[in-house]
Design a protein. Structure first.
Length: 194
């Protein structure tokens, strides 16, 4: 399963035949309530971001992450590899719902960067694999996430001038807001380098 970026950890407990989700310390007795909580958290984080009056650069940014379907498919594939069987019942429900919340908790970085108005234009790309790379051009930088194996998430930032680099940001904040803000600040630092 993909590592949680925001400390917005989702725990799942099995009570009889029901799945109970715990998100940010609150318990939810249905996947619908769980996803509403995730959506509400994402919305609150994004609403707290103040856009810049003008972009920091006239360059464009391509921002890419694995698609939701890719994350779900890879989670199931990894389950089969680890367990030696296809998921069913509760395991299948978990493998279809936690990756959906994971996708939202990754996409929040794109939403934050876009709202901050750092680049003249930002393009969102959903990758159909957990690995790959995206090349930069003279007027376009790229920022993308890969996860070649379980819990091996890596972000890369690529520009024509500086090439492909590991994209690092401060992950120490205990809050989603702090992690997204740190991510945005790291993107801003990259944008003004050129």
């Amino acid at each position: 399963m993909i590592k949680r970026f925001l400390g917005l950890v989702a725990f799942v407990t099995l009570g009889g035949c029901a799945v109970n989700y715990t998100y940010q310390g609150q318990k939810y007795d249905s996947k619908e309530k769980f996803h509403q909580a995730v959506d509400s958290s994402v919305s609150n984080v994004i609403s707290g971001i103040t856009p810049l009056p003008t972009p920091l650069t006239q360059k464009k940014l391509v921002f890419a992450i694995p698609s939701e379907a890719t994350i779900i498919s890879e989670s199931k594939r990894r389950f089969v590899t680890a367990q030696g069987r296809e998921p069913n019942g509760i395991a299948l429900e978990i493998l279809e719902n936690l990756p959906k919340s994971t996708y939202k908790n990754i996409k929040i970085f794109f939403d934050g960067v876009r709202k901050r108005n750092i680049y003249s234009m930002i393009q969102f790309v959903e990758m159909e694999a957990m690995t790959g790379s995206i090349s930069a051009s003279a007027d376009t930088d790229t920022l993308y996430m890969i996860e070649p194996g379980p819990n091996s998430v890596q972000w890369y930032y690529t520009s024509l001038k500086h090439g492909k680099q590991i994209f690092a940001y401060d992950r120490s904040s205990p809050t989603a807001e702090g992690k997204v803000q740190a991510f945005i600040e790291a993107v801003q630092a990259q944008a003004i380098r050129d």
